[in-house]
Design a protein around this ligand. Structure first.
Ligand code: ZN
Length: 428
């Protein structure tokens, strides 16, 4: 192996600078750039496209002709900007919304959520099913996915075969490119090829990702992250997750397992985490960490504790009513959260941090004390800290992110071969 490395080094010595392949992630084909620009703008004229992308009008015309021929975009009559409706109607380009439909779903510890969106990202239907607590076996998970998909398809008045892709988000360690779930709190087995197994079952192309990445994707496609190149999303639910957007793209790490903020260590030999190690951030901040302390503080030791959601609501009520033990539990969790967030700021210097997840209703977690703690732990330059926004939007948004994953994989497939007739590609 060292021999091979030496050879590779010798080749590289012929030039200098990073060896970026011609069509890398950061340098997409022009027709893909054109398509993405049209989708982001909703409606845009060719001349504006050329200006936005910094290419000649002739290049834009050639790329748009290919995309129109492939049935991915269409010419529409746009309302004139002056609002008077005088003169020749303006020609603009838009995504052919009806060309394809995809589904997105989030499988969580509490419930499963699914949406169907069209090719332009418009929501067509959504569906939620509750679930019993505990991890599922792989066959149970596939049954659940199938049942959920059929329910949401029925709501949208379509068949499963009408879908061009399905995106699925699960909590845990997920390699999105390989389609493998290494570990998830929702799955009893480890290292499962979930994407391939679900694709076999559904007969529709399936992509999977870590659920926190999908929240970041949802913010990037539909939310506050649309105009930002670098931002972070931190999710606090049953676990603590993170999605990082770098240069308008989700950063997943070299092997697809990056950004496991919940399992960064905040205490040596500290509290036991669900992952089996000690001192992880989520062992202090996540639902189960709060519940562990709550059952002691609220004296559930001698009898069976209620379900986790009810336990946390009770803890929150006690804190609001002034119970010192309940307040100290939230306060401690908030301090550990501050450690985690200040580390994110010190490592990535994001333009914005979005805190997402149902637990963000517990405002003790991000009280003024927590923000002051972040301020004291982040590197001090005299400049203000990045803004921290709270989005307690819940699972529907996460499922939307899964649909965005399916759309982006579909787009990559289609735009790579735009001359393929649309229906043939859809039937793959
Ligand atoms: Zn852990």
């Amino acid at each position: 192996m060292p021999q091979m490395r030496k050879d590779a080094g010798a080749d590289a010595a012929q030039g200098c600078g990073p060896l970026i392949p011609p069509l890398s992630d950061s340098l997409r084909p022009l027709r893909q750039q054109v398509f993405e620009r049209v989708r982001a703008a909703c409606l845009v004229a060719r001349v504006q496209l050329a200006r936005d992308l910094g290419v000649s009008p002739a290049s834009v015309t050639s790329a748009t002709s290919e995309l129109i021929e492939a049935g991915l975009i269409e010419e529409v009559i746009a309302p004139r900007e002056d609002g008077q409706g005088r003169g020749r109607p303006a020609q603009a380009l838009g995504v052919r919304a009806g060309a394809y439909r995809v589904a997105g779903m989030k499988l969580s510890d509490r419930e499963h959520t699914a949406v169907i969106v069209d090719f332009a990202g418009n929501l067509l239907a959504d569906h939620v099913i509750p679930r019993p607590p505990g991890a599922m076996s792989m066959p149970e998970m596939l049954d659940t996915i199938e049942r959920l998909l059929d329910c949401v398809c029925a709501k949208a008045g379509m068949a499963r075969g009408d879908l061009a892709g399905v995106g699925i988000g699960v909590p845990g360690f997920v390699d999105s490119d390989e389609g493998v779930v290494f570990w998830s709190s929702t799955l009893t087995e480890r290292a499962q090829p979930l994407a391939a197994a679900a694709q076999d079952r559904l007969q529709v192309p399936v992509s999977i990702d870590n659920d926190a990445n999908l929240v970041a994707l949802a913010e990037l496609w539909f939310g506050s992250g649309r105009g930002l190149s670098d931002f972070a999303v931190v999710t606090i639910e049953h676990g603590v997750g993170m999605g990082l957007v770098v240069n308008h793209r989700i950063y997943r790490g070299a092997r697809g397992l990056g950004m496991e903020l919940g399992h960064t260590k905040v205490q040596l030999d500290g509290a036991l985490c669900r992952c089996g190690q000690r001192g992880c951030l989520e062992a202090y901040v996540a639902d189960y960490a709060l519940a562990r302390e709550a059952s002691t503080a609220l004296n559930f030791g001698h009898r069976e504790a209620p379900p986790i959601g009810i336990l946390l609501e009770s803890l929150y009520d006690h804190a609001k009513a002034g119970n010192a033990a309940a307040r100290s539990i939230f306060r401690r969790a908030g301090r550990y959260l501050a450690v985690g967030l200040s580390n994110v700021i010190n490592l990535f210097d994001p333009a914005l941090i979005i805190l997402s997840g149902e637990r963000m209703r517990y405002d003790y977690l991000y009280a003024a004390e927590t923000l002051a703690e972040i301020e004291s732990l982040a590197i001090s330059t005299g400049r203000p800290l990045p803004p921290i926004e709270i989005h307690a939007w819940g699972d529907l948004l996460w499922a939307h992110g899964a649909a965005a994953l399916a759309l982006s994989r579909l787009t990559e497939r289609l735009v790579a071969s735009p001359r393929e007739p649309a229906r043939e590609v859809a039937a793959q």
